[in-house]
Write a protein that binds this ligand. Structure first.
Ligand code: G16
Length: 675
């Protein structure tokens, strides 16, 4: 492979063309995301560029001038990054690429800028120079490695969702990456033949085919284990490893919960059936998989959990609905549909069957689906809901509610740990990990107030995009809980937390302490619908644990009939705080890039006329809207402007959202019908 053939490949499918209606491929909220039919050339380029990024990452982790490189023993150093081909919550016509760094996190701005520059570069001479330079640097690195005993084994992990074009786009990406690898390694083999038969740098592409986005991040992170993780987390970097890890972590926590609640339990006996209140009604969680990739993953998780021979009363039965065969992806189902429209998903195959039975008996639609959740097309977001009638949600719980549930339980635990420590004879004061919550402007005002005023925890508001929340969480807290209101989020833990968790474990009789168990159940790389689902289920159980040791879970009883302090979705929804009514709308405009916002996207800076009009609309004296808050921002994943409004009443929230939409339409060249 020579440079000319790569250039030919690159320009065969010229990514920029006036016919596709794009002037520029921008790196959006979660990577490049466009209509799938304009992405062919982009994928080839991202394939090549991702190998360059991988080599740059390797350079940062393994410096040939470091002492490691000069030792005489042979060391093979491995490093992995990843790419997921998905457009997540978007409809089937879109596709996209999300890149993962070695720690499983998303790209940082400098990497995004590098990618954006080169996917848009239409000058073939510039490209030629880049490729030649990269080859020279690669040769030099390899020569330095030849003089040491260091070998590098680099992997690019690739996954894709169930979209009809994902396979094709994945092939193009692999083609770009493999051609560039061949170009680099060819020089290496000829150069090294006189010194060594083996390659000093090996670069491979691992195509994992259809995966959830969090599985891909898991595989990347755990392929680089020693770099980022505590000793108590050792999952296998495979799909199976992912399923086993989180199924086991969930069961261990549920069993520990029961053991802790049963004073007479045999703590060494993992199967604590005998000690469980066997009258406990079995809980079923129905999962709307958005007709996407999460369906199979939930099924696998369900099997892994059921195969552990644990008492069914201790765990929740997962019931996956809406698989890829049941309807179009994210269409009238999935977390985005439920969150934006406050409507239950359609396509419930099993439920519809059940419902028909119910309908026959009761014209009012007497449903009983108290415990449900919806994930999105690549299974990285989740919202919970209960459904008691055909077209309405009885409860709705979003990312804000999940974050606060986690914070609530952790705060209680930490406070107990502190009290126990103060009461013990231990003269060394225990350092309690710091905790904070990261939200975006979409967080419900009631949620932000609750965190600040009731939990008295710090809140940071960032731009939309989990990449922003993730970094803020890592940089500011030992326990950084970050969730977007749309259900996208996770918890990140610092090294201090890990040491704290290990010390707590040493002081307890249980196999794992709560703190270690919690860390094992959370995907530290990225928001993960399935981990978050198991985590919420466990937390609700933990809040429902009574003195008899029965862990009553969310769907099993209503709060009024509960004999213990069981937490149903209704409890979760009402016992902490009540959401302010809110509404999200989308407005189509000619060019959404004319809209610029402040750093956390709560204020519109351009066009200049927009913000004063929004302020006026929010002013109670103007429209009589109490507690009104609204903002607008251009989406980074769809060709629309998003409008958010909240107010004291549902009517006012809807009214404010409508006014804000009209402002966007009028001031930003709206297209189509005026809202
Ligand atoms: C992506 C991002 C999220 C973001 C969402 C919507 O989610 O990862 O952080 O909230 O897009 O972004 P925007 O409002 O800019 O369209 P996903 O699940 O689609 O990858």
């Amino acid at each position: 492979v020579d440079v000319e053939s790569i250039i030919e490949l690159l320009f065969q499918q010229q990514p920029l063309s006036s016919s596709n209606g794009l002037s520029y491929y921008n790196y959006g909220t979660a990577g490049f995301r466009f209509k799938a039919n304009v992405m062919d050339g982009l994928m080839v380029r991202v394939g090549i560029l991702s190998i360059i990024l991988l080599l740059k990452q390797a350079e940062e982790v393994v410096s040939p001038t470091s002492t490691t490189a000069s030792t005489t023993t042979s060391i093979i150093t491995t490093l992995s990054t990843g790419i997921m081909i998905t457009a997540s919550h978007n409809d089937e016509s879109y596709n996209g690429v999300k890149l993962a760094n070695p720690d499983g996190s998303m790209l940082v701005p400098i990497q995004e800028e590098f990618l954006t520059k080169w996917v848009n570069e239409s000058n073939s001479e510039e490209w030629k120079q880049l490729l030649i330079n990269e080859k020279l640097v690669f040769k030099l690195k390899n020569r330095i490695l030849q003089s040491s005993s260091l070998s590098l084994s680099l992997s690019l992990h690739i996954g894709r969702d169930t979209r009809s074009h994902s396979f094709h786009l994945s092939n193009l990406l692999c083609l770009g990456a493999q051609t560039f690898i061949d170009y680099l390694l060819l020089s290496q083999s000829s150069q090294s033949s006189s010194q060594s038969k083996s390659n000093k740098v090996n670069i491979i592409i691992c195509d994992h085919e259809v995966l959830t986005t969090p599985m891909l991040h898991h595989i990347v992170l755990h392929s680089n284990p020693t770099l980022y993780l505590p000793s108590y987390i050792t999952p296998k970097p495979t799909r199976k490893g992912y399923i086993e890890t989180y199924a086991t972590a969930y069961i261990d926590l549920c069993v520990d919960l029961c053991v802790a609640a049963n004073a007479n339990a045999d703590v060494n006996n993992a199967n604590v059936n005998a000690n469980v209140n066997t009258n406990q009604q079995q809980t079923v969680l129905r999962i709307d998989s958005a007709c996407g990739v999460g369906y199979d993953a939930v099924k696998e998780l369900e099997n892994a959990i059921l195969n552990t021979n644990t008492s069914l009363a201790l765990i929740t039965t997962l019931n996956a609905q809406n698989g890829p065969q049941d309807g179009p992806l994210n269409d009238s189902c999935g977390s985005d549909h439920v969150k934006t429209l406050f409507l239950p998903p359609t396509w419930w195959k099993q439920m519809n069957k059940d419902n028909n039975d119910n309908d026959n008996q009761n014209d009012n639609g007497n449903y009983s689906f108290p415990y449900c959740c919806s994930i999105d097309g690549d299974a990285d977001r989740i919202v919970f809901f209960g459904q008691q009638s055909k077209n309405e949600l009885s409860e709705f719980l979003d990312g804000d509610k999940i974050a606060i549930l986690i914070a609530h339980v952790l705060q209680e635990k930490l406070s107990k740990t502190k009290t126990n420590s103060n009461n013990s004879n231990n003269s060394i004061a225990i350092a309690i990990p710091t905790m904070g919550i990261i939200q975006t402007a979409y967080a419900n005002g009631a949620a932000t107030n609750y965190v600040r005023d009731v939990l008295q925890l710090p809140v940071i508001i960032t731009k939309t995009g989990v990449k922003h929340l993730h970094h803020a969480a890592v940089e500011n807290f030992d326990i950084g809980i970050y969730f977007e209101a749309n259900g996208h989020g996770t918890v990140v833990f610092s090294k201090q937390y890990e040491q704290f968790a290990i010390r707590q474990q040493q002081q307890q009789q249980l196999k794992d302490s709560f703190y270690i168990g919690l860390h094992r159940l959370i995907n530290p790389a990225v928001g993960d619908a399935l981990c978050d689902m198991l985590l919420v289920d466990y937390l609700l159980r933990s809040l429902g644990t009574n003195d008899n040791g029965a862990a009553a879970a969310a769907g099993s009883s209503s709060s009024s009939s509960s004999s213990s302090s069981s937490w149903t979705l209704q409890d979760w929804n009402t016992k902490l705080y009540q959401d302010l009514p809110n509404r999200m709308l989308k407005v189509k405009v000619k060019d959404r890039t004319i809209i610029k916002c402040n750093s956390n996207e709560s204020i519109c800076l351009q066009p200049l006329t927009v913000q004063p009009l929004l302020e006026n609309a929010m002013n109670v004296a103007t429209n009589g809207i109490e507690n009104g808050r609204c903002f607008i921002r251009p989406s980074g994943t769809e060709d629309i402007v998003r409008v958010y409004a909240e107010a004291k009443t549902r009517t006012d929230a809807d009214k404010l959202a409508l006014i804000a939409s009209q402002i966007v339409y009028d001031e930003c060249n709206g297209i189509g019908e005026r809202p």
